[in-house]
Design a protein around this ligand. Structure first.
Ligand code: URA
Length: 434
């Protein structure tokens, strides 16, 4: 078999067989197919697409490019949750302890942020000493002991995807449905959980800007998961504006903790309840939606979800006191409000641009090697549809560098569009695919 022939076949709109896909992935992982040939293939796939069989073959080939985690040492149904990525998406930090406090077994693998989207691992490192670099044995024991652990993706989990994702990132081939579906699901299949709940984002801050594309991606991923014998549920949710009000690592952790206290923004609470219910049902901890919602509301009310977060932080090297006293989390030196230049309604927010503001402040990575500042970011005061008067603050920026603050402020003002008329309300939850 020759990679040249496979590129030619896909370029001409042909269908790659399972053997051809397995050959391509195995040889690329081993370094025997160069990046320039794989880049050409990715671009051919981008324009010609892949059908369901090709996507399934690509997913399993990537899942099998390294080891698969064996979680059979954990009693019960292990549940993982994954978001396709967004701005202000601190969901896992509140949701995982909520579901664990209800009796689900949360065995989750997470990644770091790249580009305008944040990552759960970076956010969790706002707890001093906290680490996700734990061994498989630690992970398994912790889920058995306290019902929850989050570990970083090990080098052995789907290494083909790691290489391919980095290549797609620099060749403008990320936003293709088959490539995103196989990338996410290869990691999820290799990470060993029995049930997977996916949060598929749609809108200006998401990879899938258009809702029909997000639904197609959700269907593709649930099919891949269920075919592989994992109970997979997808929720399609809005990412046309940041989730909640906080954007930036420690700021988001504070907002997640507020939600565990029964405070916090309504959209965030609603998403946690919807995803949490799916997790409890998939994990066998609730029989139906009503029971799931009741249980989740109860663990917020009685403080068990907050205590579960503290227990989880302690088990992975952090100080549980940080959960009860959030003034101990990283704080920026400067805080500056951004006043609205005019009166009207918030008509539209370029959500990815708000993520870029946090990146400019130092809260995200420009490259995989960049160090990040956990304390910086933004807290929004106005969201889409809110009325605003000239001079009223749209957001507060938290920064440690005056120049970065000015650059972020300038960018932020371009991301907020003020209109004379109130825009129609966008629903947060667009649908659930079971
Ligand atoms: N997240 C992933 O893991 N892969 C993609 O291709 C897109 C988002």
């Amino acid at each position: 078999m020759r990679m040249y022939d496979l590129i030619m076949k896909k370029k001409n709109g042909g269908r790659l067989s399972r053997e051809e896909i397995e050959y391509m992935i195995a040889e690329y992982t081993a370094g025997r197919i160069p990046d320039y040939q794989m880049s050409a293939m990715m671009m051919a796939v981008y324009f010609r697409g892949m059908d369901a069989q090709e996507t399934a073959a690509l997913t399993t080939a990537m899942a099998d490019s390294g080891g698969r985690m064996d979680l059979s040492g954990i009693a019960g149904i292990k549940v993982d949750k994954h978001s396709t990525g967004g701005v202000g998406d601190k969901t896992s930090i509140a949701l995982a302890p909520m579901a664990a406090a209800c009796g689900a077994k949360i065995a989750k693998m997470s990644g770091r942020g790249l580009g305008h989207t944040g990552g759960t691992i970076d956010k969790l490192e706002s707890f001093k000493g906290f680490t996700t670099g734990i061994s498989a044995q630690h992970f398994i024991k912790q889920v058995n002991d306290i019902g929850i652990s989050i570990m970083g993706q090990t080098a052995d989990i789907a290494p083909a995807d790691k290489k391919l994702y980095a290549l797609r990132d620099v060749t403008a081939t990320v936003d293709n449905m088959s490539l995103i579906a196989s990338s996410i699901m290869s990691k999820k299949l290799a990470s060993g959980a029995d049930a997977i709940v996916l949060d598929v984002k749609t809108g200006s801050g998401a990879f899938m800007k258009e809702e029909p594309d997000a639904f197609a991606l959700a269907r593709e991923m649930t099919t891949l998961g269920n075919l592989a014998g994992k109970k997979t549920i997808a929720v399609v949710s809005d990412m046309d504006q940041p989730l909640g009000y906080a954007v930036g690592n420690a700021l988001e952790v504070k907002e997640a903790i507020a939600a565990l206290r029964g405070e916090g923004p309504e959209d965030f609470r609603q998403l946690c309840m919807t995803l949490g219910t799916c997790m409890l049902i998939a994990g066998g901890a609730a029989a139906d939606e009503k029971e799931g919602r009741d249980k989740l509301a109860q663990v917020i009310e009685n403080g068990k979800a907050l205590d579960k977060l503290a227990e989880f932080v302690r088990a992975q090297g952090g100080d549980p006191q940080d959960v009860y006293d959030t003034s101990r989390l990283p704080e920026a030196d400067m805080a500056e409000e951004i006043p609205s230049p005019q009166s009207g309604y918030i008509g539209k927010i370029d959500c990815d641009e708000v993520g870029v503001c946090s990146l400019i402040l130092g809260g995200g990575r420009e490259t995989k090697e960049s160090a990040i500042d956990l304390s910086v970011g933004l807290v929004l005061h106005k969201k889409t549809g809110d009325p605003v008067s000239a001079g009223e603050p749209l957001a507060t920026i938290y920064a440690n560098d005056r120049e970065k603050l000015s650059a972020a402020k300038e960018r932020f003002l371009k991301a907020y569009h003020i209109s004379e008329e109130q825009p129609p309300k966008r629903e947060l939850i667009r649908g659930v695919i079971k």
